[in-house]
Design a protein around this ligand. Structure first.
Ligand SMILES: Cc1ncc(C[n+]2csc(CCOP(=O)(O)OP(=O)(O)O)c2C)c(N)n1
Length: 794
């Protein structure tokens, strides 16, 4: 049976339109074509006034007053598609397609019911979010998406994975903590990933997935630029977010990014009206999220998710639009038939009444079954098939073994801590030929000139830390065409010349100037990292990375949480540490390096010299996991030195910068000093003063904060038996606290005095030098610390 609605009728329904004339992108703002009428079951709990563009907040849902289903006819939708998307949607959905869609809805329902039961039996644990009532969305996905499309979802994603073609038994095994799960039991309900079908999460922080998907969409364009895919490549990225999550600022940033680069990305807003129990209109001025793209020229449309046919027809048209034209927004109105999660008390704010009403009146499966579009026999056959499949799914998941305990540690880093990055080949085939093809003669000439200047400085000792990092980045970007970079003020070289000449050489897609939100571009970098690229993120002052804590922490988790399916070769670089006498004030003096020490999966290094900065940057770019490098903010341009070009340095080694004399060691007057960033210079400046007192130090630069180089610390302590830490972070939660604890635990018997920590006070760093001196430790404090250790003073 073919279903049809006449477009002519639609036009008659809503009157003449400007269709046919091409609407400029920026003015494709949704028109007043959504009816303000309520559906028959509903009291006026929500007023949609599309002409005025306002939405009145809902009153609390009670037995007789339900959030209404939107009353949007297909004719209305078709007209919106024509006007705002310039597409003429097809009215027709074939019978086999409807059967497939029904099968997907039934599979999703039975899968989620199976999850619920398994949860009650204790086979699934933690937070689990079921999708009952929203099944038209996976049905639309399965109908419109291809395997190569990049699908990024949030924590309520079982059904999205199913619709992407992820095997149901692997999802269920994951939920049951089994080794045959999608992620070998490392991810769980909120973290489903499948590299094979490009299903990329499963992210548990509300809205964090949005920039990841934007990065995924960028990687599609990068693939095309590289020539990795054919000219007919029409892949898109699709990202799902709740209507509550869509109020997060990430949404605006991502719409901007998608519009600015005309990315092939579809934002799907799953509008079930509630964020846990909160009515979204109670916290959001405008719940009509589909209009949010208007500011950026991204067209949007809202459809009733209770209507499978309209959801499919609209989904098809919008996906087609994204494949051919650019970003779009699709808001799908639904109801959640279960609680937010099994932990949700569900009695809040009329939830029970709403569920009862929605199950009776707005269950999309029941509504479809009542539509008469399939015969009872056809539907029964589908139900039987799915039931059988689900029996097999449950049996498979139950029979799968538990993952071995040691897997967790194995998945900490994709590359071992002691990896030697020298000589590591580029994974991308014919990298040199690709680079040669991608660069114009003028670009090649320009970058060669820049390289020659930098290498001259490296040879004559006039190279700054910023220049050294820039040289490493240019070399690695030339070497590997999958490297990309993101930074603010990038074209101008940012604050320290770190990304200098990258955009001029590699173009805007590979070297992206960014809006001022580090979380946004770290998120995009993460999305690129998931899709075969090696992103570099430059932070200027590393403290600005605070805005990217969520993304950095998810980057750290990715390799392990995906069960090793996705590596995350991201390199983050920023200037940090103390800057005595620089009057930077509290916010620019925060020890971000200490804040990130607790993030699992990150390799964290520091470099106080051009040589270290160069060698570590190169290794980090080649490493397959997320790494972050801190360079001393006060010395970015000031420290100058020679750099052995071409050498990668280890990411797990401290560097012995000064060795205490044998005489001082023999006399028991030698102290091991651990420091990093600006502390290195402070320590170097007072070595003579310490020697003048008959003492000496082993000065170890902690180039790797994580993993810590306990071997080098041990070797030194076996000589000195005394330890002072000149710490570039606070007393509480600082690097020194971690190092001190590790030494106390593993090297206690090497010590003949307690560890002396010389760290920043917990007080915010003041602006005035007179007070700053009291908070930030300097060389003079180190002299006192060393002498008191040697001469046993308190
Ligand atoms: C950053 C963050 N804050 C809070 C939460 C807790 N939380 C989980 S889901 C949720 C509500 C989200 O609602 P919505 O985006 O509408 O999606 P829905 O769950 O309804 O599908 C909240 C507050 C979280 N996971 N992440």
């Amino acid at each position: 049976m073919m279903l049809a609605l006449l477009l002519a009728a639609a036009t008659a329904l809503i009157g003449p339109s400007p269709a046919g004339t091409r609407v400029p992108l920026a003015s494709r703002v949704p028109r007043s074509v959504v009816s303000p009428r309520m559906n028959a079951h509903a009291s006026p709990t929500e007023t949609i006034d599309m002409v005025g563009g306002t939405v009145r907040a809902q009153t609390p849902v009670t037995e007789g007053m339900m959030r209404p289903r939107p009353n949007i006819t297909w004719a209305n939708l078709a007209k919106q598609l024509e006007v705002n998307f310039e597409v003429r949607p097809s009215d027709e959905v074939s019978k086999p397609d409807l059967v497939d869609a029904y099968r997907m809805m039934v599979l999703c329902r039975q899968f989620e019911n199976g999850c619920n039961q398994a949860y009650m039996q204790g086979l699934i644990r933690g937070f689990m979010h079921l999708d009952n009532g929203q099944e038209t969305i996976p049905a639309m996905m399965a109908d419109t998406l291809k395997k190569g499309d990049i699908k990024v979802s949030y924590y309520r994603e079982h059904t999205h994975a199913l619709a992407s073609g992820v095997p149901a038994e692997k999802i269920m095994a994951e939920l049951m903590m089994k080794v045959d799960g999608t992620c070998k039991g490392t991810g769980g309900s909120m973290h489903i990933y499948d590299v094979e079908t490009n299903f990329q999460g499963g992210w548990a922080l509300v809205a964090e997935q949005l920039p990841y998907a934007v990065g995924g969409a960028r990687s599609i364009l990068l693939d095309r630029q590289l020539g990795k895919v054919g000219k007919d490549d029409d892949r898109i990225a699709i990202v799902f977010v709740g209507e509550g999550g869509a109020q997060n600022g990430r949404m605006a940033e991502c719409l901007n990014a998608a519009a600015k680069e005309n990315l092939p990305i579809l934002f799907v807003v799953i509008d079930n009206g509630r964020a846990i129990n909160t009515f979204t209109p109670d916290v959001a001025q405008n719940s009509e999220v589909f209009t949010q793209g208007a500011h950026y020229g991204v067209p949007g449309i809202k459809v009733d998710g209770g209507n499978l046919l309209d959801t499919m027809r609209t989904g098809r048209a919008v996906v087609d639009y994204v494949r051919k034209s650019g970003p779009a927004l699709l808001q799908i109105h639904t109801y959640r038939l279960t609680g937010h999660s099994p932990a949700d008390p569900e009695h809040e704010r009329g939830r029970k009444a709403e569920k009862k009403w929605a199950r009776a009146e707005a269950d999309p499966i029941k509504l479809f079954e009542a539509s008469g579009l399939l015969t009872q026999q056809e539907m029964d056959a589908v139900q039987e098939q799915v039931k059988k499949q689900m029996n097999e799914v449950m049996a498979f998941a139950k029979a799968s073994p538990e993952p071995p305990a040691e897997l967790a540690k194995q998945l900490e880093f994709p590359d071992k801590a002691d990896t030697d990055y020298n000589g590591r080949p580029v994974a991308y085939p014919d990298a040199d030929a690709v680079t040669a093809r991608l660069l114009s003669p003028a670009q090649r000439e320009g970058v060669d000139k820049r390289l020659a200047t930098l290498r001259g400085k490296a040879a004559d000792g006039s190279m700054s830390i910023g220049d050294a990092v820039n040289l490493a980045i240019l070399e690695e970007m030339l070497r590997d065409p999958t490297t990309v970079i993101h930074a603010e003020d990038l074209q101008a070289g940012s604050s320290y010349d770190i990304p200098a000449f990258t955009q001029q050489t590699f173009g805007k897609l590979r070297a992206a100037d960014e809006i001022i939100d580090e979380g946004h571009f770290m998120g995009k970098a993460l999305g690129e990292g998931l899709n075969g690229y090696r992103p570099i993120v430059e932070l200027m002052n590393s403290n600005f990375g605070i805005y990217g804590m969520a993304e950095l922490s998810s980057a750290g988790n990715t390799y392990a949480t995906t069960g090793g399916q996705f590596q995350m070769p991201m390199t983050v670089i920023g200037a940090g540490g103390t800057a005595p006498n620089q009057a930077l004030g509290a916010e620019h003096s925060q020890p971000f390096h200490a804040y990130v020490m607790g993030i699992p999966g990150l390799k964290i290094c520091t470099a106080s010299s051009p040589e270290a900065a160069y060698g570590i940057t190169k290794s980090m770019i080649r490493d397959n996991g997320p790494c972050i490098l801190f360079c001393p903010v006060k010395m970015m341009k000031e420290a100058k030195g020679q750099v052995p070009v071409g050498t990668c340095l280890p990411l797990n080694k401290a560097a012995l910068l000064h060795e205490a004399s044998d005489k001082a060691v023999a006399a028991g007057k030698a102290v091991t000093v651990l420091t990093y960033l600006h502390g290195v210079k402070e320590a170097q400046m007072v070595i003579e003063a310490i020697q003048a007192e008959g003492c000496d130090i082993d000065l170890l630069e902690l180039r790797s904060l994580k993993p810590l180089d306990m071997d080098s610390i041990r070797t030194s302590l076996q000589r000195t038996h005394k330890l002072a830490i000149l710490d570039e972070s606070t007393y509480s939660g600082g690097v020194g606290a971690t190092v001190s604890a590790a030494v106390s635990e593993t090297l206690f018997f090497e010590l003949d005095a307690p560890v002396r920590r010389l760290c920043m006070d917990d007080a915010p760093v003041p602006y005035a030098s007179s007070m700053e001196k009291a908070v930030v430790k300097r060389g003079s404090d180190l002299v006192d610390g060393v002498l008191s250790l040697v001469f046993n003073k308190a």
